[in-house]
Design a protein around this ligand. Structure first.
Ligand code: ATP
Length: 285
């Protein structure tokens, strides 16, 4: 039987990175939002003499056990003890890889949700979130979607009830950024300095009221990523000059802009496409 699901990309409307913890992770304070840009995850689940997993993708991602969707599938089968099925995973990738948009995490989350649905909700919602957290920090968010306040290493989640819809443009200049390296750069830059003491409360209020969010966007990574990724700072400048409010997405290098006026968003899209960026118009979901 075949089951399929859209796996939505994530942007951080607010991302304040705190100190490095003894376990190597950083505490973060973030407001994440799912957007309509998505991959499509399809699973073909068939009875089989023994447990098998396979994966095909049309994107530049591993097609073996290191793919996060494969890891999610393995973790689900191990945790539930389900045996005697062959699972073929197919990924249609549209989310730029290593782009700060949680592309791998969202494929893993969609795989978990599809498998749990297929096998009659064997795991409770809480168990599914915990299993997601064991695969990657952003996976629990990707299971929940929507706007969410994330704390801890990103796994302590408080959903926010949104009242409005927001229009985004995401631009990716192609050069990937390793999340681990971006955190290392942040550690070096922060050496001896106090970490950002900012809170997303005004942003959360605006989301709940359906009010403009432009004044409350923040990302700790901007200071270290923009200077070394000129294509990211160029995307920021184009979005700004077309009337949008830009912000680096996650650890970059993707940059998104919030636009009220859709004709200005189209103008920014055309300009960035002319400069060979991958550009996506998308909405909050
Ligand atoms: P985040 O915003 O969560 O840090 P990202 O968007 O920057 O993530 P991903 O697209 O998730 O980065 O890719 C990060 C790494 O994970 C890449 O090196 C990629 O090869 C690997 N990877 C494994 N599985 C996947 C997948 N299904 N889709 C994308 N990347 C994957």
């Amino acid at each position: 039987m075949k089951v399929s699901r859209e796996a939505h990309a994530k942007i951080n409307l607010f991302l304040s990175v705190g100190d490095r913890r003894p376990d190597g992770f950083h505490d973060i304070l973030s407001v994440m939002h799912a957007v309509s840009l998505s991959d499509t995850v399809t699973l073909e689940v068939e009875k089989a003499p023994e447990r098998t997993i396979s994966l095909k993708s049309d994107g530049d991602v591993p097609d073996g056990p290191s793919n996060l969707a494969w890891r999610a599938c393995e973790a689900f089968l191990r945790k539930t003890g389900i045996d005697g099925y062959g699972i073929a995973i197919r990924l249609e990738k549209r989310i730029p890889v290593a782009g700060g948009l949680a592309g791998g995490s969202t494929d893993a989350a969609a795989t978990l949700v599809l498998l749990n649905g297929f096998f009659g909700d064997v795991l409770s919602p809480g168990e599914l979130l915990d299993l997601g957290g064991s695969i990657g920090s952003d996976v629990p968010f990707c299971i929940l979607g929507g706007p969410v306040l994330a704390r801890g290493r990103g796994e302590k989640l408080t959903p926010i009830s949104p009242a409005g819809k927001y229009h985004f443009l995401i631009a990716n200049g192609g050069a990937p950024v390793s999340t681990a390296e971006a955190y290392r750069a942040l550690d070096e830059a922060a050496d001896g300095k106090d970490s950002a003491d900012l809170f997303p409360d005004p942003l959360i209020r605006a989301l709940k009221d359906g009010a403009p969010i432009d004044d409350y966007l923040f990302n700790s990574f901007e200071d270290v990523i923009f200077p070394i990724h000129p294509e990211a700072s160029r995307a920021r400048d184009v979005i700004c000059s077309c009337g949008g409010t830009p912000l680096l997405s996650g650890s970059g290098p993707s940059v998104f802009g919030v636009f009220d006026d859709l004709s200005l968003r189209s103008k920014a899209k055309k300009q960035l496409e002319k400069e060979n960026y991958l550009v996506f118009e998308c909405e909050s979901v």
